[in-house]
Design a binder for this molecule. Structure first.
Ligand code: ADP
Ligand code: MG
Ligand code: MG
Length: 252
């Protein structure tokens, strides 16, 4: 199963209450999009799920396949099948992309079950091919000197290599040109299966032209205030968020 369940989650940062009784369920086979104005807590949600130490969970729960995520260390969350593409991925000097990915794959496996070097290379070659990534990429140091677009492509390469159960992509589309956007979308669409659930956090509807979401949620003031299908994203693109604010009586 692939099942992420967030219930009544409250999260603070530096004493500021950001997520307010946040609820969301993502299951295998589903692609959800979360949209919303800047500063409403979308990245806070992603960071809280992945266990960023700065974000304080004051109440509520997060379960992954019935296991309590809030009890897990960060690496345990990844091993449980959660994947987070960071809005600002960090550079790690001295570790190549290939080294990083191979050890990330193996850290989720039992001793003796590690991926063989041959299998790993074959898989990496084929995924780089899918994403139109140059072969030299595998021997470059992780994120070092990568352009914005290369970092995003690399995140999707990580997604395809690690095959998580649930992925959270936070503004994976920001700063991408149309070609890079198509490549990123191709990668996500290739992952689509009953065993894979995805939460796409985005500011713009553009990406959703290439990855059709099953559900679209609008987030404001730390919680989901409206949910719908793909048509909701189109309406937001055309009309912005004001009509929702009016509908809900929310003041800026
Ligand atoms: P979004 O991703 O929807 O744009 P964020 O989750 O990044 O929103 O931010 C939500 C709120 O939390 C904002 O008011 C922001 O200023 C605040 N915030 C986020 N990260 C930090 C941080 N590291 N330190 C202080 N405040 C933060
Ligand atoms: Mg933001
Ligand atoms: Mg953000």
């Amino acid at each position: 199963a692939s099942h992420l369940k967030i219930e009544n989650l409250n999260v603070s940062i530096e004493g500021k209450h950001i997520l307010r009784d946040f609820n969301l369920e993502v299951k295998g086979g589903e692609i959800h999009a979360i949209m919303g104005p800047n500063g409403t807590g979308k990245s806070t949600l992603a960071s809280a799920i992945m266990g960023h130490p700065k974000y304080e969970i004051t109440s509520g729960s997060i379960f992954m396949d019935g296991e309590d995520v809030l009890e897990m260390e960060v690496d345990e969350r990844a091993q449980a099948g959660l994947f987070l593409a960071m809005q600002y991925p960090s550079e790690i000097s001295g570790i190549t992309n290939a080294d990083f990915l191979r050890s990330a794959i193996n850290s989720g496996r039992e001793e003796g079950e590690e991926i063989s070097l041959m299998k790993f290379i074959r898989k990496m070659d084929s995924k780089m091919d899918t994403l139109d990534i140059d072969q030299s990429f595998s021997q470059r140091y992780l994120n070092e000197g990568f352009s914005g677009g290369e970092k995003k492509r690399n995140e999707i390469l990580q997604l395809l290599m690690l095959e998580p159960k649930i992925a959270i992509l936070d503004e994976i589309d920001s700063g991408l040109d149309i070609d890079a956007l198509k490549v990123v979308s191709k990668g996500v669409n290739e992952m689509r299966s009953e065993d894979f659930g995805c939460l796409i956090i985005t500011h713009y509807q553009r990406l959703l032209n290439y990855i059709t979401p099953d559900k679209v949620h609008v987030m404001m003031q730390g919680r989901i205030v409206k949910s719908g299908g793909a048509e909701l994203a189109e309406r937001l693109e055309a009309e912005g968020y004001d009509w929702i604010k009016t509908e809900l009586g929310i003041e800026d």
